[in-house]
Design a protein around this ligand. Sequence first.
Ligand code: PGA
Length: 224
Amino acid sequence: MKKILIVANWKCNPSTLKEAKELFNSVEKGIKNVKNVEVIICPPFTFLGNIEYKTSNIKLGAQDCFWEVRGAFTGEISPTMLKNLGAEYVILGHSERRKYQKETDGMVNKKMKAVISAGLKPILCVANLSQLEESSKGISEKIIVAYEPVFAIGTGKPCPPETAKKMRDKIDYPRVLYGGSVNSQNAGNYIKEAGFEGLLIGGASLASKEFIEIVKGVDFISKT
Ligand code: PGA
């Protein structure tokens, strides 16, 4: 049986490496005995190479990357750089990037292809089926998809599991995550009731106690 994926998207947090290490170490300790869940932490770029991930059962991911490998692209980070820092996954097409950085499906599609050719695994965030279709054009790999309804992201208003299930059923990929106001109270419902294969967690991934509770809760229900 495939493990459930729980992806922590730290977004633009925390401010210091010290806090990042504390959060990481505390999660690592808290989920030591977890067997049925794979945890991926996606910190800001600056912390990626500085976290002692090698001894950990946590995988690392990035929150974005550029589509070129190197060159005159001021401010950008390439998939190769991320790979060399130990990242295995890259979140792409997050709704906050679509909103604030004006990322289009075409840009996300180029990023997807660059990430796959670098040997990294993309986690494609979509709010609807059209974004999924456009952003994954020409890609035959079984990518990880994260369904994140915009109204639920960071709002404390999660999508009802029965509504989310309708989307899950329409997405023809083996691994689909739900994201949007997931917490320790509702996490299990998206796995058990809605049939998702994992979760993408923002706000609740910054509080180690809450995040550990989510991971342990999902680990528990996946055994039953
Ligand atoms: P949230 O964010 O858990 O804070 O709603 C989810 C996300 O943006 O991936």
